[in-house]
Design a protein around this ligand. Structure first.
Ligand SMILES: Nc1nc2c(c(=O)[nH]1)N[C@H]1C(S)=C(S)[C@@H](COP(=O)(O)OP(=O)(O)OC[C@H]3O[C@@H](n4cnc5c(=O)[nH]c(N)nc54)[C@H](O)[C@@H]3O)O[C@H]1N2
Ligand SMILES: Nc1nc2c(c(=O)[nH]1)N[C@H]1C(S)=C(S)[C@@H](COP(=O)(O)OP(=O)(O)OC[C@H]3O[C@@H](n4cnc5c(=O)[nH]c(N)nc54)[C@H](O)[C@@H]3O)O[C@H]1N2
Ligand SMILES: [Mo]
Length: 770
């Protein structure tokens, strides 16, 4: 193990070597091992990496891609290993660290440096006006927090954020506590992530989750992968795609960037992958313009309709709205489609031919499709396309939104949502003998707006890094500073501990990899992956500090303080539960979940089975659609795409290979050939020439946002980015998140889902005068 770095990223060390054409292989294995050794040393590295995603081990905190049935001794995934090393690190952020560093000093450090310091070990309090955090006892922390919550004029003055690593057990208890207080202010990272998918899917197929299993991926004849970079963000997906290819599947990548793993993959699990040239994943690459996907999917739909390549009996028996959809497509203007997509008509017709030749088609997508103004409409058009050929509820076919955080889907199932359906509330009320509030709460953007307006006194984050993950950094920072108390339940130091309300608490917690010992013995937790499979996760490592509490214990103790009197009796109107025994034995929480959430009967027995169980999914299992009509819904959507004024570019904000969201593991983006720095902007070389900028020039990025209501133009600035000529469609640029969040206007959100439009920010480049 080596010491934490003394300095953050020095952008003068940036070097550009050009993108790679293949992913993983030996360099990926070596890089992950290097990071593991630095963070954990040899013994702990071996102990930990052998347990990832094994049947009696812990669930990888990396991503939500499911596990296969036949696992390799260590199912190796470079970025999974990095995510694990980051949590299982031996480095520590102790009270002494906080005594040595003032909050003001820490604010000068970058995200990389902060994250590299190690695991938080003690509950810490930042008093009003204090320059440094000081250690507090857990009792003091809970008293302070419960007093503050109980003194609010209204429970609406508190906001409770969740990031998607939180287990089912913790998430369920957390939402119960929040609703017990009397609010639905439960924003989560999903609001910035797959909310558009949920909105479109609930409306069209009656459930907001993907309809395919891993086996479906293996059995598909055609897989479209749109707006997703699996080699970096879901590396284990590449093994599934490789298998599909070997079974004869055709794969089409739809992306503005020629992402390495989409083009060629060297599987580290096989000798062939390690020494050979790997497998070409995509048969066809559609280098689409940012935000052009709705036009593409409409055009593909039109090709199928015009050719009569339809599953008519499916359409008749299982759907409504086909006529409206079909007539909506009649006026589709090909010229507009070509402008929106930047593709040729031939490329689109080739894709349509591939669709017609396939009996089993899957569409996979991630943030490239969900973070646009017209994302919900785009995803409705994805569903339309699949419905045309009956590609739902049959083997090898379906919708596949690929989730991000390892339990983000489970958190939503557990009720982390500002607007759960009435059926959930009714069941929750019956189980805990109280009346949960029905008024919808704030989502992420609304929560920031409310903080800005001074309507929120307490902000609590169950994991995550709210201040860095959210848009409009300066606005959001000011909003958080406008509260009385901010509380972060965290494993690692991040900027949300430094941009605070008048007072702030850090509540350090156990991670997935660690033993969770409670009065009832060692506990396991459960998580739900991207394909609705629920399974147990059992940490094995010694906790980073003896002071850590599990998330469940933190919520249970806080709930006890909020909802019971000195004799332990429930306060009038509060949810009735035995908080102490719930945190002693998570099996009891699972019993409550089974009583409230459909699909969880015999929960305990089902997770005893290796691999767990799969939740019911009407469309997938029996073509049953719980929409008002009981049928899947075709929708007719107005075609939209971003229109960018002359001299401006459209910027997408995305992840490098060495980061996990706001956690920066390292300085490189190996596949894109960017080394040693992160302040780069990838731009088409012809655009650079036309706009009068030089390769490698340092520029400012200026975002221009015209508020649609007021018509007022506002500007936001991110300084000192290097220009890198890159293969991206004309007019489209890319730069890393979170450095560019400052450019994303808070009010620029997707219709219906409210997701910030992180993949479509209008910018201009600005020469730096100095
Ligand atoms: N190692 C690692 N793994 C992760 C994460 C991480 O940060 N690091 N994050 C996790 C989380 S929370 C999530 S949500 C996922 C994110 O997984 P991704 O969605 O793959 O993440 P992004 O980096 O945002 O990449 C977006 C991709 O969409 C493309 N794209 C952008 N705009 C458009 C568009 O308009 N149309 C099309 N067709 N493509 C577009 C981009 O070029 C890029 O390839 O990954 C999860 N897994
Ligand atoms: N511009 C732009 N903005 C974006 C995106 C984008 O593509 N572009 N993507 C959006 C997306 S998809 C997402 S999901 C969000 C991510 O938003 P978040 O989920 O809020 O951010 P993360 O970086 O994943 O959170 C990392 C922190 O979580 C804490 N943590 C890690 N593990 C645990 C644990 O087990 N328990 C607890 N309690 N804490 C833990 C650590 O302290 C760590 O610092 O960002 C969004 N923001
Ligand atoms: Mo995400």
């Amino acid at each position: 193990m080596s010491k934490a770095p003394r300095h953050g990223i020095d952008e003068s060390e940036l070097s550009i070597k050009g993108p790679k054409k293949t992913s993983v292989g030996i360099p990926g294995v070596l890089h992950a091992l290097q990071i593991s050794m630095e963070q954990m040393g040899p013994l702990r590295s071996a102990e930990t990496l052998l347990r990832v995603n094994q049947k009696d081990g812990f669930d990888c905190p990396g991503c939500a891609w499911p596990e296969g049935d036949k696992r390799h001794v260590a199912e190796f995934c470079e970025n999974g290993a990095k995510a694990v090393a980051e949590e299982a690190t031996k480095r520590r952020v102790s009270p002494q660290f906080f005594a040595e560093h003032s909050v003001a000093d820490l604010l000068q450090q970058d995200d990389y440096w902060l994250g590299q310091q190690g695991r938080l070990t003690h509950p810490m309090l930042l008093d009003e006006g204090a320059s440094h955090y000081r250690p507090v006892s857990w009792d003091e922390a809970f008293t302070l927090l419960s007093d503050e919550l109980l003194s609010l004029d209204s429970p609406e003055q508190a906001v409770f954020y969740t990031s998607g690593r939180t287990s089912n057990e913790a998430a369920f208890l957390y939402q119960l506590m929040v609703r017990g207080l009397g609010t639905n202010n439960l924003p989560d990272c999903s609001n910035m992530c797959h909310e558009s998918s949920g909105s479109a899917l609930v409306e069209t197929i009656g459930i907001g989750k993907g309809s395919v299993s891993l086996e479906d991926i293996h059995q598909a004849e055609l897989i479209l992968i749109a707006g997703q970079n699996p080699a970096t963000n879901h590396p284990r997906m590449l093994s599934a795609l490789e298998k599909a290819k070997r079974n004869g599947a055709r794969i089409i990548a739809i992306n503005p960037l020629p992402e390495a793993g989409l083009l060629r993959f060297e599987n580290p699990q096989t000798i062939r992958g390690l020494v050979g040239g790997g497998v070409a994943i995509a048969d066809q690459f559609l280098q689409i313009r940012l935000g052009g996907d709705q036009a593409l999917f409409q055009a593909l739909g039109k090709c199928l309709v015009d050719a009569g390549a339809l599953d008519r009996s499916f359409i008749e028996q299982y759907t409504i709205g086909f006529e409206e959809y079909q007539s909506g497509l009649q006026d589709l203007d090909w010229a507009e489609v070509l402008t929106a997509t930047g593709l040729t008509e031939e490329q689109i017709r080739d894709t349509a031919t591939a669709l017609m030749a396939s009996q089993r088609t899957i569409v996979c997508w991630a943030m490239g499709l969900t973070q646009h103004k017209h994302s919900v409409a785009t995803l409705r058009d994805v569903v339309n396309l699949l419905l045309l050929q009956g590609n739902i509820g049959k083997v090898g076919a379906g919708v596949c939104p690929v989730r991000g955080h390892s339990n983000v889907q489970g958190d939503r199932t557990m009720g982390i949502f500002e607007k759960m359906p009435e059926s959930f509330h009714a069941a929750l009320d019956a189980e805990f003998a109280f009346s949960s509030p029905r008024k919808h709460g704030f989502d992420t953007v609304a929560a920031i707006q409310a903080m800005r307006a001074g309507q929120v006194r307490v902000f609590m984050g169950m994991g995550g890094n709210f201040v860095r993950a959210t848009p409009d950094t300066e606005v959001t920072e000011a909003a958080l500073r406008n509260t009385s108390l901010t509380v972060q339940v965290s494993t690692k130091l991040n900027r949300s501990h430094l941009v605070t309300g008048r007072r702030a608490l850090i509540l350090p917690t156990l991670g997935r990899t660690e033993k969770d010992s409670q009065s009832g013995g060692e506990q396991r937790v459960t998580v739900e992956d991207s394909m609705s499979a629920v399974h147990a996760s059992h940490g094995r490592l010694r906790p980073a500090s003896a002071e850590l509490l599990s998330e469940v214990a933190i919520i249970a103790r806080l709930s006890e303080a909020l909802f019971t009197d000195h004799e332990g009796k429930s306060r009038p109107g509060a949810p009735v539960a035995s908080w102490g025994s719930l945190s002693g034995d998570y099996g009891q929480i699972r019993q409550h979940i089974a009583a409230v959430v459909p699909g969880f009967s015999d929960y305990e027995q089902k997770i005893d089975r290796p691999g767990g169980f799969v939740l019911p999914h009407g469309p997938r299992d029996e073509r049953q659609f719980s929409t008002p009509s009981g049928k899947a819904v075709f929708t007719a959507n107005q075609l939209e795409f971003p229109r960018v004024p002359a001299g401006r570019l459209l910027l997408q904000t995305l992840r490098s290979h060495d980061q996990y969201n706001t956690t920066i593991y390292g300085k490189d983006d190996r596949y894109r050939g960017v080394y040693g720095g992160r302040r780069v902007v990838l731009v088409n070389a012809e655009d650079l020439a036309e706009l009068g900028f030089a390769e490698a020039e340092e520029v400012n990025l200026v975002s221009e946002w015209t508020d649609p209501d007021s018509g007022v133009l506002s500007e936001r600035r991110a300084e000192a980015f290097r220009l890198v000529p890159y293969s991206t469609p004309r007019g489209c640029a890319a730069a890393y998140y979170p450095e560019t969040n400052v450019l994303v206007p808070l009010e620029s959100t997707a219709d219906i889902s409210g997701t910030p439009t992180s993949k479509a920010v209008v910018i201009r480049l600005e020469h730096r005068s100095s």
